[in-house]
Each structure stands twice: as C-alpha cells, then as structure tokens.
Design a protein. Sequence first.
Lengths: 564, 341
Amino acid sequence: MRLTKGYDRWVIFFAFALAACGPSQPNDTDSSSVIYITNDVPAGLDYDGAASVIPNSQEGIVNLMDPLIDYAPGETTEEGVGLLNFTSFEGRLAESWSFDEATLTWTFNLRRGVKSCVGNELTADDVIYTFARAKSVSGPSPTGWFLANVASIESFDATVLADENLRGLGDEVKKIDDYTVEIRQSTHNQLFLPALTTFAIRIFDSVEARKHATPSDPWSHDYINNVTAPAFGPYCVERWEKGNEFVLRANPQYYRGVPEIDRVVFKKVPQSSNRFIILRMEQADITKGLTPREFKKLREYDQLQVVGVTGNETLFVHMNFDSPPFDQVKVRQAVAAALPYNWIIKNGYIGQAQIWDGLVPSSYPGGKSTFHDSPEGLDVARQLLAEAGYPEGRGLEVYEDALRLSYPIEKEAILGPIATAIRTALRDIGMPVELDPIPLTQYGDRQLVKKDLPFALVDHEKAIVVDAGYAVQLFFVSSEAGAVNNMVNYRNSRVDDLWTEARAERDSERRYNLVSEIYDYLRDDVVWLPVVEYRTQWATRKGLKGFVWYPDNGIRFADLSYAR
Amino acid sequence: MIWRFTLRRLAVGLVQLSVLIVAVFFLIRLLPADPVSRFVGLNASPEAYALAEQSLGLDLPALEQFEVFLFGDDEEVGLVGGELGTSWVTGSSVNQEIRQYLPVTLELITLSFLIAVGLGVPIGVLGAVNPGGAADKGTLIYGLFAGSQPEFSWGIIFIFVFFVVLGIAPGPLGRLSPLTDPPDFVTGAITIDALLAGRVDIFLEALWYLSLPILTLSFVLSGPIIKMVRENVAQTMNADFMFYGQAAGLPRGILARDALRAAFAPALTLIGILFGFMIGGAVLIESIFSISGLGQYAIRSILAFDYPAIQGVVLTISALTLLIYLAIDVCQALLDPRVSV
C-alpha cells in the first residue's frame, strides 16, 4: 500500500521526533561488560529454596558460588566451545584432597587467601556451615541435603527429612584445622566427587551469611533468596530486580584471577522472537533459549555467531508402565519403531540434533549406545502392534485417556510440531493418539509426584550428576528401592539388585559392567524411549569467546572474554 | 449527599471484596495440579514431598490454611494485618513484589490513557460537530483501524517497523537500557522516580523506551474512546437543549463544549472500565516489550501455582478495580446529581 503524501510526512516527522529524543542505544557497550538477554532472571539464589529448580536461578548461583572441586578442562570443539573431562577433577576452593579407603573419609585441604565478595577469607568454618545448612533441610527444596545423600555422606539419609532431631551436623563433616576438612561417607560411592561439582553444595561465606540470620530464619534463606548468596565465586551481585534484571560485578579479589568481563547484565526478555531481533540489531551480547529456526537464522549474520554442543539436552517419550496399553512391551516397541526420528531432527530441530541412542547423554562417560539397533519403520511398528493384540490398532480405542500425548504448553513452539508429527506417525499404524499440552506445573505434578502421566514428551529432564549410575538411581530403580523420580513406574527387581551392587562397587570397571547390564534391561524393556539429543546453543556477538559447556547448561561468565 | 453515596458504595465494595477473598482462596485450591511438585526440587521422594508440603503450609486442612491466610501465624501477620504472604517461587514478600510490579503497570497504562484520552476526545468531538465531513470520515476509519487488531498484534508490527526496519525506536528491552542504573525506588514509576532524583536524562530515556508500548496501547485504546465520544456528542447535538442553544445563536465552540459535558458521562464509564481492565490486561504488551509489570507477575504466578502470589494479584486488581468504579460513580454523581439519589 502506498502512503499518501500527507501521511508519509507524519511518519517521517514521528520517526525523527523519536530519534531526536532517544538516548544512546545499549549497543554502545565496551568489551568489559555484556548484556545477556534471557527468558527470565534468577528468582532466588538459595539452592535449598524453591527457585533452585529453575535453570535461571541455577545460572545465577554458579556465577556467585564456587565448589570445592570441579571437572578438569577437556577438549575444545571446532566452534571453540570448551568441554570438560568428566573423568578428571581439579581443585577450586579445595587445593587438594585425598581419600582413605579404610575409613571412607575424604580430606580436603582448602586454598589459602581466597576472599569473598565482602572480603572474608575462606576457612574450614565455611565448609562446616555449608554442610550443616544442607543437613538442616530448612529450605522448601533441600537440594544440598539431596546431593549429599546421593554422594552417600554419612547420616545425610532420608531419616533426616522425617525426624527433626537428626538434622544437626555431627562429625561426618569435621574441621581439622582452619584449612582442612574431613568428610566421611557411609558407604563407598563413586558419585561423591561428581556430586560436589553441581550447582548445590557450593560453599557459603559463613561470616556474611550469619550476619543476616534471624531467630525465625537461622540459615538466612530470606537474605540469600532476595539479596545475594554470600560466597567466594567470580561475581558479586550489584543489582537485582526480580522478574526484570540481575546485574553482576566481577569479584575484585577472585582467587582464579579477576574475570575479564567486569559487568554482566542479565535482562529478562520473555519472548524468544524479541531476543532474536534484539541480538540481530546488536543491542545485546548473548542470548540462549531461542527456537532452532531462530538460531539457524542468526548464523547468517556476519556480526553474530552461534556456538553450541551436544551436551545433555535430550528428548524422550515417556510411557507409563501403570497405564495400559503401555504396560505391554510390544506396544512400547511399536511406538519406538514408528517414531519419525529423521523428521524430528530435520524439521523439529532444524538439523541441530542427533538420534539419542542410549538413556545417558552421549557426552557422559559410561553410557551405552545401542538403543536403536532394532529394526524400525511403520511396517515393523504395525507388526509389533499386531503381536501386542492390537492389529491395525483395533482394541486401542478403549485407552483413549492413556493415548493423549502430553507436553508442557510453555514449550509449544518447539514441542508442538514434534508432537504433531508423532501423532501422525502413530495414527498411521492405528494408534488413536491425541495431543494434550498442559501447563508445566501440572505436568510436573503428574509426572513426578502423582506419577500418573500415561504418555508424554519430555525435553527438560537431565541428570546433573555426570554419571550413568546416577541416572539409574534417580529414574530407573523401583520406588521401593529408593528411586525418587521413577516417573514411568518401572519395577524390575534385577535392576534394583544390580544397582545396589554397583552403587557400592569400588572397582570402576566392574561397576561399569554392572551399570551396562542395567542399561541392557532398560533398553529391552523400553523404559524410556530416547528420541534425540539436541544441541545446547548460545548466540553471541562475534568475538566473544571462551564458552565452556557445563552439565547444568549455565554460562560461566568468568570463562568469557572478547577477542582483541 | 455525595458523601453518603460514596460511603454506601464503599461498603458495597468491601462486601464484594470479602466475597472475592473467600472465592479466590478456595477456587485456586481446586486447580488441577498440586503446587508442591513445583517446589520439591530434584528429590520427589515421599519424605521430601511431605517436607515441602509442610514448609508451604499445605499440609494443614483448607480451613486452617484460610485462617492462617487471614490472621497469620508465628511468622506472618496475615491479610488482616495487611500482609499477603510470601511468594513460593521467589521467597519474597508478596506485598513487596506487588509494590514493585504494580507501579510499572500503572505508569504504562496511565501514560497510554493520557494520550488516548487527550487525542480521542477532541477527535471524537471534531467528528461529531461536522457529521459526514472529512474529519468525521477520518475519525470513523481511524476508530475502525485501531480496533481492528489486538494490541499485541500492533505491538509486534510497531516493533518491526520502528525498531527493525526504520531503526529509529528502542528495542523491546523494558523501561530503560540494560546498561543504565535506574534511579532509587520511590514510587516505582520510573519517570517519576527519575524526576524526583533530578535525573532528567533518565526521565527522557524512560520516555524513549516506553514510547513504543505507549504508542501501541494508546493507539488501540483511542479507537473505542473516539467512537464513544463521537456517538455521544452527536446524539447530544440532536437534543432539545442543543437546538435551543443553536436557535439562541450560541457559537459552535460553546455548543460543542456543552455537548461534550453532557456526553462525557458514558465516555467516562468506558474509560474507567478500560483502565480497570488494563491493570491486569496489559500482560501481552508487557510481555512483548519486556516490561516487568503486574500482568507478567500474574502470569508467572499462575503458571507456577504460586498461591500467595495469585491471591495477592487478584485481590490487588480487584481492589483497584472497585476503587476505579467507585471513582467513576462519584464522578457520574457529580456530573449528574440524579445518579446519587
């Protein structure tokens, strides 16, 4: 449509008026600060608080708090993303450590001269405070206790949750001197060191934290959730407006060297399309959480770069063993055979994914990759369905409720088209599948607590402890044997027994064999149906380098710098 | 007379609010999900679930929870003491969060309404006093055009045209550049706080960043206002007292002013209703322009099943809406004393 001459003049006038009164744009940034646009900013910084389940909060925590140890650096990808060596650890707040097999006791020697944001020096008291706080289970989501439990730290067991009198720290975590701490396990468990690298059990500055304790909140949850997490990490909170902005300033006394990026502004931009255009117009430096199509488009611009890795983000199909017809292995196998894997990779993830051929991310050591070795295709699926007693799908109509494929409605942009393609494929073999997008909270309630979700697409579950055995403990042993998130109600006494044996196994090779045997059962029973591993990606201005992928998928801004 | 009328309406409003408090409290507990799962963390074992349920106070019977909500417990004073509780997502006081988010929305919609009314009323009157003329036709087309698409649609179009294509407007980055330190929080409205801090530069920057969302909202809101004013003024122009005025030889300007006064009451009702609606209804504009207002807070709270925050938002919006309706009634009564009888 052509504008009339008069209207045209008004448009030009308005444009000039806006431009004339507009201050400078945020792309006037220098190389010492970055604007990170994200779908939300941290809602809390307490890893025992309710907000700790939110990845944005975890990202805030890992930039403020350091662990005792972390994984050593590994290879660097062609795109320049650093990987970690999951079989090797190096010290962070701990300079060195040792393990006494006889007493199952770990001794950590703390680094000297480490200063927190307010200038307090790291001592053994900070470690004691951190573990005592975790054991107090005083937050609504006691993640510190949970990971200590996963690591088999003595007396950090489930009785702590039930009995208030067992919540005090005993000598299982003991101060030897100002710079030495001992931690005792109840049993041999190879998850101990991996658990210490996660976003929880990071060490607090106890002197500062205690200053903000109150009689009703002795562990300073309010302060940590609303002001800052006092700690020894690379950044300190400069400003925090929940739901809007979170601004970090480099810790000038950081023991690993002051980060090159001095200031990081997390800015909430909820719409992924807006994050796309803001970065496209160079008014921000980094973003993530775009749709695969948006990432692909950004690759076309010379001034931008998209980097990523196949880390631990996966898509799988959940079929509940307590919900017929999914109680039949042939039905589960039919679904596995019918899925349009290549379509999902090509169109759902625009090529930024690969078939997930196991139940452990391929980047984790110890996983097996034999899931999709069996023949697949619609004819195979029809045959399997017939063998299950539903030729051409006849008889499945009575399971109308179970054949509703659920996924979080918040992920409609990505999962909607994939769910539609799956429905089409399954309808082709006679399964009358309908789609059922539901809110994430309802989804989580049914999946994790009620465990009554019959059929679902899941793309947000990941084992944050890098170990094939951890996933077994978390998802696949029976609830009776202690699984906490066995969302499909899988029960196999042989798997339970094997895990009991593997968990306490000291010999790594033998443990690997035991865990591998477990995964054979899981594959044969189609406990989960792994679909694809999709890439974790970041879009940035060109020249920003140093990205390292961590299992929590949070960016460590201390790793980044601008190429000179 | 007007005082008695106001007090009577206030009393009715309080009864409405009380009913709403009870309804909201129990209705959200009928939602088809258990919020504990959202907060139980990595460990969804029965013991961890029980602990989380206890820490959120959801282990108590519903009536007891209501009692705590109203009268508080050892840690909080409850609604009667003016406290809306603690958000389960952030761990912050809901009062404090609403104090943060509400002024953002009020600032956005107030500025938008000022422009919408400032443009809509004269344009509507202009259309009505020259029926069938060019101004009237233009008014009609503008009114239809502005109302033809929802506000989020116009917002996206404006971002695309002014930010992406022309590059003359700020990006949808909220109320200030992310690199700018905001002025100290006084009212929460950034334009006012900037002026109170003597920071004209931040005041101008805030206006700049708010220009597109305000343009979008005022463009959409001015449509029905123009239409309403035009219709009412046109109707009034045909009233007997206007004919009498014309016959008495009064100038057109005075006639238009009198017609506007008589026609303003229904327009005022519309503006009030729209304003009340927009307190919660600006959510899409807030989302598109990355403005963290009450609408965004409401959506986040609902999706997370954060009961204290949902209750706080609903009660705040309801109380404000009741106050706005009360103000409209009082204005109506002042404009037309027959109303208060």
